[in-house]
Each structure stands twice: as structure tokens, then as C-alpha cells.
Design a protein around this ligand. Structure first.
Ligand SMILES: Cc1cc2ncn([C@H]3O[C@H](COP(=O)(O)O)[C@@H](O)[C@H]3O)c2cc1C
Ligand SMILES: O=C(O)c1cccnc1
Length: 337
């Protein structure tokens, strides 16, 4: 481990006026802290997209039908989703893991696809628990295994993304349960809910959180309102942190995974950097619970890891500053500031 004072001493010794790179220097300190080294790396990096469906879509919580999850899986496998475009733009390796999509599996998928389907969607959390303890453990284990694979392949920085119609409903419930958000804050429009859908979603989330809160066991409470891709992200974060990787968080749904990770594996947050603040209204409460401040606040509300991918070049800049800039003493100059 290194402490912040050592990192600041290094930054202040570089060939530039003190603090002349402003917030980039704060980001560099945070990045160094996540890896415990003065020359943190952002390459190689990997985004793992976890895809799963949600039984609660049948209750009318999304503007979209569950079939769109499978369509977007096909689009990602064809390399044509937003996540593919942004990952390619920033040299980020991408994988897609089906942890619980409904319907047909892809024909002849590319090598970056993994079929690890636990079930065809979660159970409807409007009627009862979304998953049981064994399914929770399976989802967590898949995420952890993906983090191991990524780090074994050399990745220093990990992003988790998700695709799953309906998943802002479990994300809202988890944000209430683990970050203490009120229902009016936690429930947003997701992928475009209108007022009628928003009213149904609010009722469903409120009732599910009331049921989950009555569970004595914390894992059972979380499993009651979660989604497979959200729990997989939690396992991914917890193991990624354990393995020394930096975790760059995406939006509201990914942060629900981060809340679960921090609850069940305390200290995981030390590896996290929040890429952006989602337009979903509950994201602020989730980030505050984790003590994180987002790098960007650009009104993005897509998921798929998109906000993290847009923030990634900021971390590249911070890492480049830490690793590639000469020291003042090496150029024969002395501090005047
Ligand atoms: C075409 C399309 C692509 C997406 N990519 C991510 N999401 C995002 O929106 C969904 C969550 O919103 P809700 O809870 O309101 O259904 C998730 O699939 C999330 O990844 C998408 C949604 C759509 C429609
Ligand atoms: O912020 C997110 O993660 C998000 C927002 C809307 C829809 N899907 C995901």
C-alpha cells in the first residue's frame, strides 16, 4: 500500500508548476490508491457485459419488452452496440456473458461470448423473491470468475456493463435497501418509462423492498430484489478488487452491483472510481453511500458500461501524467512555486 502523501510528493516533483493539472491530479491520486502504486496502469483493460432478463417486466415496469434484451445481445455480438463502439474507440477488450437471458441462444457466436445462463430470467419480484440463494451464489461466482479471467489475462482496469430490460427496477430496490434512498428518488424512468409505467414501477419497487426488508439474512434480502447480471457485477467487483484491479463504475445499475459488493465484501469500494453520474435520480444516493464522486455528469442514462467507457480517457490521462512526465530535478530545475 502507499499513502496519499507519497503520491502527492511524486506529483509535486514533476516538471510542471504545482497543481497545474487541477482535478487530473486528484484523479491520479485516486487511481494510484486503487492499485497501491505510484505508477498505476489503465492498460490492458476489459469491459465485461453481463446480460440477463427480469420476471418483473411482466408486471409492466419497463417501456420495452424482454425480447429486446436478446436483440441487444445479438447486436453486441455483431459488434454494433454503443458499448462495442465506445470500447473499440478506447482500446478496451470486451466480453459478453449471458447470465440469464430469456429465449433462443445466439447461433454461431463469436469467441467473446460466454453462455452461462442460470435461468431464463429471474422470477417476478412483484410476486416473490427474484432468485434463491443458490442462484445468487451462481451469479456471484460467474462474476468473480470473469474478474479472475480478466486479471489472469493481464487486465489492470475492469469495467462491468449490463444489458437487461427491466433492470432499473431491481437497481432501484437495491438502492433503497442498501443506500437508504426513498422510493421517489430511487425509481426513475430507466429506458424511457412514461408516467403510467413509472407509477407501476414505483408500486412494485416499494412492495418488493418492504418484503426484502423483512428478511433477516442479508443475502436473502438482496436476492429477493436483485437480478442475475447485477449480482454477477457484484462478484466481479469484489474479486477484481481482491486481485488489485481498478474498478471503473458505470451508471445506476452497475452501482447497484457495487453496493452489493461493498455490503458483502467490505473494502471493495477502495478499488472503485465512479465514471459518471447517471441521469437516473437515485444514482446520487448510491454514490454517496459508497463515498464516491463521479468524474462526469453528462446526463447519460444508457448502461452497457457506456458512461465508464466515456470516462476512461480521463484515467488514461492521469496514468500518463504519473508514469511519463519527467521530474523537475531530472531537468535541472528547482521549484519556484
Ligand atoms: C435498445 C436498448 C438498448 C439498451 N442498452 C442498455 N439499455 C438499458 O436499459 C435497460 C434498463 O431500462 P428499463 O429498466 O427501463 O428497462 C437495460 O437493458 C439497460 O442496460 C438499453 C435499453 C434499450 C431499450
Ligand atoms: O444508469 C444506468 O445504469 C441506466 C439508466 C437507464 C437505463 N439503463 C441503465
Amino acid at each position: 500500500m502507499i499513502d496519499d502523501a507519497d503520491v502527492w510528493a511524486h506529483i509535486d516533483a514533476l516538471a510542471k508548476p504545482k497543481r497545474s493539472l487541477g482535478r487530473l491530479e486528484d484523479i491520479a491520486v485516486r487511481l494510484a490508491r486503487t492499485q497501491g502504486r505510484i505508477d498505476p496502469r489503465t492498460r490492458p483493460r476489459r469491459i465485461v457485459l453481463f446480460a440477463g432478463d427480469h420476471g418483473c417486466v411482466a408486471a409492466g415496469v419497463s417501456a420495452w419488452p424482454s425480447a429486446v434484451t436478446g436483440m441487444m445481445v445479438g447486436t453486441i455480438l455483431a459488434g454494433r452496440a454503443t458499448s462495442n463502439a465506445l470500447a473499440a474507440a478506447h482500446g478496451c477488450d470486451l466480453r459478453l456473458v449471458d447470465v440469464g437471458v430469456m429465449g433462443a441462444r445466439p447461433d454461431d457466436p463469436p469467441g467473446f461470448y460466454r453462455d452461462a445462463r442460470i435461468a431464463e430470467g429471474t422470477a417476478n419480484l412483484a410476486d416473490g423473491p427474484a432468485m434463491d440463494a443458490a442462484q445468487f451464489a451462481a451469479a456471484w461466482g460467474l462474476g468473480a470468475d470473469e474478474a479472475d479471467r480478466a486479471v489472469d489475462d493481464g487486465a489492470a482496469l475492469l469495467i462491468a456493463g449490463e444489458m437487461g430490460i427491466g433492470n432499473t427496477t431491481p437497481a432501484a430496490a437495491i438502492t433503497m435497501l442498501l443506500a437508504g434512498a426513498g422510493v421517489a428518488d430511487a425509481v426513475g424512468r430507466g429506458a424511457g418509462a412514461d408516467d403510467a409505467v413509472l407509477a407501476v414501477k414505483t408500486r412494485v419497487v416499494e412492495a418488493a423492498v418492504a418484503r426484502a426488508s423483512a428478511e433477516a439474512d442479508p443475502v436473502a434480502a438482496i436476492a429477493s430484489v436483485a437480478g442475475y447480471e447485477i449480482v454477477a457485477m457484484a462478484g466481479f467487483f469484489a474479486r477484481g478488487a481482491e486481485r488489485g484491479a481498478t474498478l471503473l463504475l458505470d451508471g445506476y445499475v452497475a452501482t447497484a452491483g457495487a453496493l452489493i459488493a461493498e455490503r458483502l465484501a467490505p473494502g471493495t469500494v477502495d478499488a472503485m472510481i465512479a465514471g459518471h453520474r447517471s441521469a437516473e435520480p437515485g444514482h446520487g444516493a448510491a454514490l454517496a453511500q459508497l463515498g464516491l464522486e463521479a468524474l462526469l455528469d453528462w446526463g447519460m442514462r444508457l448502461g452497457e458500461g457506456s458512461g465508464a467507457l466515456v470516462a476512461l480517457p480521463l484515467l488514461d490521462a492521469a496514468a500518463a501524467m504519473m508514469g511519463d512526465v519527467a521530474r523537475l530535478d531530472a531537468i535541472g530545475a528547482e521549484r519556484a512555486d
